[in-house]
Design a binder for this molecule. Structure first.
Ligand code: EPZ
Length: 417
């Protein structure tokens, strides 16, 4: 298994380009199942999760061809096997996003229940309830969701909580349903809007994406389209945190602050000078960050996917900060690893009290999930001495060429087998 070896203490400087958003690319790949005409997707990030999703829809009969640039052309004319097997779904929970499109396009689907994952139980009851409200007959047997619907019917759905992929699954199911669907308590994340924009370019009739109430008028069929995946706001925030904690001065290209106001605001509170120019963001870090408390909430509030990274920078900031995780029940697993590096963190249920220490000391640590591994990288960049991060396959799921981009910014990092 690969490991990442980091020699800490090098300020990040220079510029790197941000890749397409993983959490927009995954539902958009599934949207290709909705139309018999080709969907051309550009600005796709080269990530393990994207490769897994391509394998999954390929198994269903979607033809995938390169466009010679960095995009793909997906032709789902030959979709003939509406099944997502356990061995595929267990490696990536986002596989559940094929459920809505398969039901809408094929009238049936057999999708393995995603197991839990490191950060929580992560049930999919809201996906199932919403599809049942649209007339789908759904049974759960032997770990599989068995769904049938001759044609889904529009319905008014109110999800019990804000769910990103739940909103995305229901929106994709609704675009070919008969009549109007309204999704209340919908997720407002920018990735939901990017998916909606892609569906609209395919001929779907959607309004209200980005608000808590999404309205979809079903149509008979969708046509082909070309869509560029939005920039990855979490990758952007991760590099901003890495520069902030290493007294860095960086410029991130092909991205925008527009999707990260809550994170940029907290970085400014911590003492960073963050500026936005068209299509780029610059950050100049202070000599030492001030500790800043955060509370994760659905968009546009502080994103849970940036919580671990912010915990890492609070470890060496001046003062104490409280980090409250309100979305997932077990998303503090990076804390014990940060403590191995010398951090002072006290966990109480879904609160973490972080007291800044003068410095961290390099050690061997273990990644447990995608964003936890990002927080360990950030800590390693600022720790004195060497940090060795194990199980970095977690990192490869969501960060494209991370050691290459960090090296370009002046970090001393290399991948060891
Ligand atoms: C998406 O996961 C993202 N993944 C996650 O990013 C992100 O952390 C999360 O949204 C929250 O923003 C993708 O978009 C592929 P939820 P998702 O449904 O949709 C509960 C990363 O690091 N819930 O919004 O699975 C759930 O348990 C990943 O890139 C139900 O109870 O998250 C959680 O407590 C990690 N029943 C809360 O809602 C359901 O049917 C929010 O989950 C659905 C969700």
């Amino acid at each position: 298994m690969d490991k990442l070896l980091i020699q800490g203490g090098f300020p990040l400087s220079g510029e790197v380009s941000i890749s397409g958003a993983k959490n927009a690319a995954l539902p958009i790949l599934c949207a290709s199942l909705l139309s018999a005409e080709a969907l051309h997707i550009t600005n796709l990030p080269h990530l393990n999760d994207v490769a897994t999703m391509l394998r999954l829809i390929g198994q269903m009969g979607v033809e995938v061809t390169m466009d010679g640039n960095s995009g793909l052309i997906l032709d789902s004319r030959g979709v003939n096997s509406p099944t997502a097997s356990y061995d595929m779904v267990k490696t990536m929970r986002a596989s559940i996003l094929v459920l809505g499109p398969l039901l809408a396009r094929c009238g049936e689907a057999k999708v393995s229940l995603p197991g839990g994952c490191a950060i929580g139980a992560r049930p999919v009851d809201q996906h199932i309830k919403g599809l049942q409200a649209m007339g789908a007959e759904i049974r759960v047997e032997n770990g599989y969701i068995l769904a049938k619907a001759s044609r889904l019917k529009g319905a008014r759905i109110v999800t019990d909580m804000v769910t990103v992929t739940g909103t995305e699954n229901l929106m994709m199911a609704a675009v070919l349903a008969e009549g109007e669907t309204v999704i209340e308590n919908a997720a407002c994340e920018p990735e939901v809007v990017d998916l909606a924009n892609c569906l609209i370019s395919m001929g779907a009739r959607i309004s209200g994406a980005g608000t808590g109430s999404i309205r979809v008028q079903g149509v008979e069929r969708l046509h082909g389209a070309t869509h560029a995946v939005m920039p990855d706001r979490i990758e952007t925030g991760t590099y901003l945190c890495a520069a902030a904690v290493t007294r860095g001065n960086i410029r991130l290209l092909n991205t925008s602050v527009g999707y990260l106001d809550s994170v940029v605001q907290k970085l400014r509170e911590a003492g960073c000078d963050v500026a936005a120019e068209q299509g780029a963001i610059t950050l100049k870090a202070p000599q030492r960050l001030k500790a800043v408390s955060i509370r994760t909430e659905p968009y546009p509030a502080f994103p849970t996917d940036m919580q671990a990274q912010f915990m890492a920078i609070n470890c060496v900031a001046e003062g104490s900060a409280v980090i409250r995780e309100t979305i997932f029940e077990n998303r503090f697993m990076h804390a014990v690893e940060l403590i191995r590096l010398g951090a002072d963190i006290k966990i109480d249920a879904n609160n973490a009290l972080v007291t800044g220490v003068p410095h961290l000391d390099g050690a061997t640590v273990m990644a447990t999930d995608l964003r936890a591994s990002a927080s360990l990288v950030i800590a390693g960049l600022v720790a004195q001495g060497e940090t060795l991060i194990e199980r970095i396959y977690h990192l490869d799921r969501g960060y494209e060429r991370i050691e290459e981009k960090l090296t370009r910014l002046g970090a001393n990092v290399r991948r060891v087998r």
